[in-house]
Design a protein around this ligand. Structure first.
Ligand SMILES: Cc1ncc(C[n+]2csc(CCOP(=O)(O)OP(=O)(O)O)c2C)c(N)n1
Length: 341
């Protein structure tokens, strides 16, 4: 079966983008998505060198969800995530140098070389952490939201996870508790239709994910995750709800994963999805889509785009050099951060 873009997918009445935004804001969204894409491509192009001693899960195709959500957050709001964490981390402002050092397992990596790509964190920007355990961060974020509520902290707590996480009981227990206590938490389900290489319809009966969340008493919506402004508006409304004591929100953001589940390149040749399907979804590029819109509005052109790309390229080059030239952990570091009674 080929899952053609948007066939049989209905979006719920979610908040619509406004007619007018500040041009700098829009260009900022574009740049942020472009930067994530270029970082992902740079990692991918060097992965075969086998110097990054970490599994990677690229987010190419899914950038708009990270960027749209994080644009609605403040530095003090806390974000948690899953194995596919790089886009979320970068969009929240996580340090690129520290992320690349982590991928190269260097001592100055953001998790001190202990975590690799699936365990990124940068507390200085409110990126509280990510976990390789599918759905693992969902109860943790729910607990953080409960703590924020009890301590009367003005803090919104957000967790990103994939569609397969909704096959774990921990998600539904969390949603139940969050709705019961009206917690300041936002659940972002990045639905890319696949769990490694199992398609959604062989894993779940045909009930829309966001409707299940609705049944637990949460404000829920399904949005087009390749349209950054749709994502931003849904997140903004959810943030306002959380801040005003209105409780949790569940956002199902549909966006296709262009690369394989893990590692570099596409893995469609293994037969679990048709390359034609991948090609069809690539027609709906979140970055190209916004670029065309901004050109139409005369807010961006080829020259500015190219100079943006050059600037980002320089930053990436510098960050790779920093990571590669950083010290490796030594034997004496083995027990640092290890606690036992
Ligand atoms: C509890 C648990 N079960 C299984 C795995 C193995 N595993 C790693 S990623 C993954 C698929 C996750 O799919 P999804 O949550 O939809 O996220 P995506 O990879 O599509 O972004 C699985 C089953 C795991 N890491 N943790």
């Amino acid at each position: 079966m080929i899952r053609y873009p948007y066939k049989d997918i209905e979006f719920s009445p979610a908040p619509r983008p406004k007619k007018k935004y500040d041009p700098d804001f829009l260009i900022g969204l574009y740049r942020s998505m472009l930067r994530i894409r270029m970082i992902q491509e740079a990692i991918e192009s060097r992965y075969h060198e086998d110097q990054m001693k970490s599994p990677i899960h690229l987010v190419i195709g899914q950038e708009a969800t990270s960027v749209g959500v994080c644009a609605a957050l403040r530095n003090t709001d806390q974000v948690y995530s899953s194995h596919r964490t790089q886009g979320n981390y970068l969009a929240k402002g996580g340090s690129l140098k520290a992320m690349l050092s982590e991928l190269y397992c260097r001592l100055n990596g953001c998790a001190g070389s202990r975590g690799g790509s699936m365990h990124l964190l940068d507390k200085s920007v409110g990126y509280a952490g990510s976990s390789a355990i599918v759905a693992g961060s969902v109860p943790v974020t729910t607990g953080a939201a409960f703590s924020a509520q009890l301590l009367k902290k003005d803090q919104v707590n957000v967790v990103f996870f994939g569609d397969a996480a909704t096959e774990e009981g921990a998600v539904w227990e969390s949603l139940n508790f969050a709705a019961l206590k009206s917690l300041p938490v936002i659940y972002i389900c990045e639905n890319n239709f696949y769990s490694v290489c199992s398609s959604l319809e062989v894993r779940q009966p045909g009930v829309d994910i966001y409707k299940k969340a609705e049944a637990f008493g949460l404000n829920s919506c399904r949005i087009d995750g390749s349209q950054v402004l749709h994502v931003y508006e849904a997140a903004r409304e959810a943030v306002e709800r959380a801040q005003s004591g209105g409780g949790p929100t569940f956002i199902e953001s549909v966006a296709y994963r262009w690369r394989g589940h893990g590692g570099a390149g596409d893995d469609s040749a293994s037969g679990y999805r048709d390359p034609e399907e991948v090609k069809a979804w690539q027609e709906f590029c979140p970055i190209e889509g916004l670029y065309k819109e901004l050109v139409k509005q005369k807010q961006l052109d080829e020259v500015r785009k190219n100079s943006m790309k050059e600037e980002i390229q320089e930053e990436i080059q510098e960050a790779f050099e920093h990571a590669i030239n950083s010290p490796n952990p030594e034997e004496k570091d083995l027990s640092t951060h290890v606690y036992s009674d």
